[in-house]
Design a protein around this ligand. Structure first.
Ligand code: FO1
Length: 304
């Protein structure tokens, strides 16, 4: 059994690649919930849903979020009557948020709802929100304090960030299922998700960082930075704005002693020696996913 610390798109694609191998192991994903929001009274969990839709084969691969072949009639009506429409919820996607919100109101946890949705959609990867308690990633920016989705969607992650706070993390409790996924895994994988705003909110939940560090020799991380840039999203800019080196070495330094082995892209082969000097084992392969042969090569590097 392997456990993958997961954010959104990068994690979803890695999980899909791992599951597509000829003898896939049992896979559990411990998922970030710092992006979650309540909008129109609905609880929306973008990273959980991106993984859910991707593994169900229903995702929109162009945007990286939401469902393929979506329609937008509710949003158009909402816009027409002056409602908040900057965060786009497709008609079919809305069903997920309605279902989750109703189940939470009747006493279910996010963990339970994730299992229900995964089962309904035939997803055979166990999706585990790291915590069922509320946590929220907040940005200190030139425009003031912004919630995750205000920064990410409303401002197109184009404002300068001077700090990131995971509100609620210190008092959140990791779920027993998340802890046991970390303890029981024969390998823990850190997905090529944004280290600062996807993986760190998982690690900041008390006990999680220690649980990962305790397994360091079995922790393998895939760099989300390739040749000094992030394939998607603001990871490169955030690393620079918060004083980190924008390279696979900068990401390695950010995680420090949590990781035993780094998987880096062929474009970063020149960094291998530096990573080995820092005490890491290193595997070099293509890390750009989306093509079957690339996915298979990356999955093999992670699982071998
Ligand atoms: N991202 C956007 O750029 N614009 C949107 O309107 C948007 C809506 C949305 C609705 C549901 C959902 O699950 C995700 C959505 N995302 C949207 C993606 C999301 O903002 C981010 O990609 C993740 O939070 C980062 O991992």
């Amino acid at each position: 059994m392997i456990t993958v610390l997961s954010g959104g798109v990068g994690a979803a694609r890695l999980l899909r690649a791992l599951r597509a191998t000829s003898h896939p192991p049992e896979i559990r994903a411990v998922v970030n919930v710092g992006d979650d929001l309540v909008l129109h009274g609905l609880t929306i969990c973008p990273d959980l849903d991106t993984i859910l839709y991707t593994l169900a084969g229903l995702n929109n691969d162009q945007t990286g979020w939401g469902l393929a072949g979506e329609s937008w009639r509710v949003m158009a009506e909402l816009e027409a009557i002056g409602g908040e429409s900057w965060f786009r919820l497709g008609d079919r996607d809305l069903a997920t948020h309605l279902y989750r919100t109703q189940r939470l109101a009747s006493g279910a946890t996010k963990t339970m709802v994730s299992a229900e949705l995964a089962s309904t959609l035939g997803v055979n990867v166990t999706l585990l929100p790291v915590t069922d308690d509320p946590v929220a990633t907040v940005f200190e920016t030139a425009e003031g304090r912004l919630s995750f989705q205000e920064y990410f969607v409303r401002h197109h992650h184009a404002v300068r960030v001077s700090g990131v706070e995971i509100v609620g993390a210190a008092s959140a409790r990791a779920t027993p299922a998340a802890f046991s996924a970390l303890e029981a895994a024969h390998r823990i994988v850190i997905a090529p998700s944004n280290p600062i705003i996807s993986i760190d909110p998982i690690l900041q939940v008390p006990g999680v960082r220690d649980a990962v560090r305790a397994r360091r020799d079995d922790v393998i991380a895939v760099s989300p930075i390739i040749g000094g840039v992030a394939l998607k999203g603001p990871a490169d800019r955030l690393l620079a704005e918060l004083g980190h080196d924008v390279s696979c070495v900068g990401v390695a330094d950010f995680y420090g002693d949590l990781v035993g082995t780094w998987v880096i892209d062929e474009a970063d082969a020149a960094h291998e020696a530096t990573l080995r000097d820092r005490g890491y084992d290193v595997r070099i392969t293509t890390t750009v996913m989306g093509r079957a042969d690339h996915d298979a090569a990356l999955a093999a590097a992670v699982l071998s």
